[in-house]
Design a protein around this ligand. Sequence first.
Ligand code: EAX
Length: 328
Amino acid sequence: TAHFARKTLTTAITGASLAFLALNAQAAQTVNLGHTLSDSSHYSVGADAFKETLERLSDGEFEVVEHTAGALGGERAMIEGLQIGTVDVVITSTGPLGNFVPETYVLDLPFLFEDYDQARCVLDSEIGQELLDKMSDHDIVGLAWSENGFRHMTNSQRSVKTPADAEGLKVRTMENKVHMAAFEQMGVHPTPMAFPEVFTALQQGTVDGQENPITVIVATKFWEVQDHLSLTGHVYSPAAVLGSPILLDGLSDEERGWFVEAAQAAAEATREEVSRLEREGVALLRENGMTVETDIDKAPFQEAVQPAYEIYTEQYGSEMLDRIRASD
Ligand code: EAX
């Protein structure tokens, strides 16, 4: 029996040290990150920064795998994925976000922000942090505000300089009721659609046009299916870096801190790329054959979409809106 006991002990020790070794050599935990845009996009620049930062801070405990170009679905589907834990991190516009976190609809109001400085400043303020914090009430972890850019209209039919020129066009919008209300007021027919379907819909003529920032138009080569671009800048399009509570709630404060830092690095890198494309993108689009109307009088567009504000405030009140306006 002594021999048996010794043998059992040896086996137990061997088992324990093997387990210890296994723990030390444990494979990195995979973090699946998704977004809708191409590998050359401003979102991919952000995703690369996220990966580099998280892997460095965690000393390889986490390994980020990037799923680009809608490989994990459209933005709405990916946000649902965060809630159920099938996706870990998503970089998304606010397009479908209001369906989950109605507090973010305020950011989708047309002509709310004057320029990039103001938008970034508000999102980096207490207001932006409050909106990120609110997301946890809806099973989403708001990690950081990143950027998509000011949105402009493109179409295959004609040059658009005034709302009257746009009237009657069938335009793909994001799945966002504030945007849809604004476009209805402008007289266009809004057709909500997930981003991964947009290129084909434009190609097949299901819709005449779409609206997106220079960043997205460049990253998606929309010149192949759209001849006309008008720099309407009708709405600022934030992006958010979001996490899954299924993953993040199980982490230590330190580990969660790494995710926030990685998301902030992503946002910073993305904003720099947005600024670069704002300087260089229009020339690139012209080189690729797009006709670009740069001299747009925004006042009539602004006037046309004004009723969207009443539609919004009737449902959500004006507190957040007033705070944003007061933060100039
Ligand atoms: O977030 O759906 C859209 O038009 C978005 O701007 C795009 O997916 C990038």
